[in-house]
Unconditional design. Structure first.
Lengths: 314, 314
């Protein structure tokens, strides 16, 4: 019998499924990405499982465990809830994966949590056991790792940092609350910051293609535009406020900032750091705030890490 | 040889040392309290250890592990730091305890963390694995338990919730920061809330003996005094803000409120709950907010629980 010394990490997105064959040391041996339709029918799920199986090639007998990053809350009973951006029958997919990887554990994990584990294992947080990963995109996602394990929370709401309050009675968020971090530090938040400053400074806004189009604002800020600069400063201000409050609650070893907007980390990172130090007690002031380093591989690597630790504990 | 099936839990205070002999199930079998001087000299420490030993009586051979709650940050190397309110040579005391309890593990733990563990084990949080304990006294202390273990943090600053920000550019705190929870929800904070409302409402303040004299304000609020009622409402407002932010970060199963001010929980608790629900995402809205139930026994029980879990993991 082949030695079981490989992992498969899978990252399920809205239109694409990425899968990687990964060593126990976190080295990516091979990877694949396939476009998918709605993942509900047994036929479609079987097809997805087959395309994932392909990544293992001749080494399928060596696969010990399979990790699965999914965009939604994963309940303790492996049910998928709060997943507005995807149509996926998670249990059905797990059944199909169990068929193509017989004898393997199949371990689902929320995708922001997977990215946090990936950065902890092989990315910007490597070497740390306690990490807070924040993803800045259309929304603000977060994965919290304490003692090497994801903080899922009593109701699956661990890491819902995007909905912590940073402005008393502030902007209305889609979640129903007001003044959520997400309304100031996501790409949608940045656009709102920018439009407010344009209005108050009498500056004509640059063209934005949609309500979460951050790139032109970052470019304008780099060019010295006053409203864009102030909008980025707001983002940094409120993100730093949230980070310092998290530091004085669970005191992580490192903060890692990922997501689409982390490409502009060089622009806002130094301001985040400056405010963070200003607003933290001395014990926490030296905590690093780093940009994510794994890019699109974080999800698959983190899913594999989840499989590794869950498999070992089995 | 006697079966090792008992624990000793010790709670070190500024002027009093409490010790209890406790069963593995958390039942207090006997307890003692002794007044102490400055705990620095070998002579004094030996005396303290002897008086602690007395609690075990004839059962000393049955003691498996000894837990020690201390008012300060306990480093991973069992050094005591950030302990402004006590003069204690912790390592010296641990040496003396090792002499009188030969073969036992001696496990120190911060006192707020010990109280959190005590409430988790035998108090208001019994049955939960994830708990946030908040002590409202002259300051605001906090112990966070995730998966049955204290969140110490990368720099020992886990649970420094009293210094999270609740008011942008708010009141100056002794820690150097502004707008800390402690400046609004501790007894000192309550006095400040009250004096502000007295001034703005033109109400003559009741007599307060010191800057942290909360009791007369609670009494005035019970009597319908407008400034005192508003001061208590402020306390509830800012405490709820902090709790909801903690919920959307680590999503505990229960919040437990202890400390000297928790005697007025019936007065402010309902307002905390009301705001907490208003400011939390649905997943966290049903999290219980309960008054502590162990009173002065929480520290010794929690120290024993720390000893139990550390001893088992040894």
């Amino acid at each position: 019998m082949a030695e079981k010394n490989l992992l498969v990490g899978i990252d399920i997105g809205g239109t694409t499924v990425k899968a990687a064959l990964i060593s126990m040391e976190g080295e990516i041996i091979s990877q694949t990405a396939v476009r998918t339709g709605i993942m509900q029918s047994e036929e479609e799920l079987a097809k997805v499982a087959q395309s994932i199986l392909a990544v293992a090639g001749d080494d399928v007998d060596r696969v010990a465990d399979v990790g699965l990053a999914v965009p939604g809350v994963v309940s303790p009973e492996d049910k998928l809830t709060n997943a507005p951006n995807i149509s996926l029958d998670l249990e059905g997919l797990m059944d199909e994966l169990a068929k193509v990887f017989p004898g393997c554990g199949i371990w689902p994990v929320n995708d922001a949590n997977a990215a946090a584990l990936g950065e902890l294992w092989k990315g910007a947080g490597a070497g740390s056991k306690n990490l807070v990963f924040i993803t800045l995109g259309t929304g603000v996602g977060c994965g919290i790792v304490i003692d090497g394990k994801i903080v899922v929370g009593a109701h699956g709401a661990g890491g819902e940092l995007g909905h912590t309050n940073v402005v008393e009675d502030g902007r209305q968020c889609n979640c129903g609350l007001k003044g959520c971090l997400e309304m100031y530090a996501s790409s949608r938040g940045l656009v709102l910051n920018y439009k407010e400053h344009c209005a108050s400074l009498g500056i004509e806004p640059v063209k934005l293609d949609h309500e979460a189009h951050a790139l032109p604002i970052f470019e304008a800020a780099r060019g010295g535009d006053a409203a864009a600069t102030a909008a980025v400063a707001d983002l940094a201000h409120y993100l730093a406020r949230a980070l310092s409050n998290v530091a004085m609650t669970i005191d992580p070893g490192v903060f890692v900032i990922g997501g689409g907007m982390s490409g502009a980390f060089d622009l806002f990172g130094p301001f985040v750091r400056e405010h963070y130090v200003e607003w933290s007690i001395p014990a926490c002031q030296n905590t690093q705030i780093l940009p994510a380093s794994l890019g699109n591989d974080a999800g698959a690597l983190g899913a594999a890490y989840q499989a590794l630790t869950k498999g070992r504990a089995r």
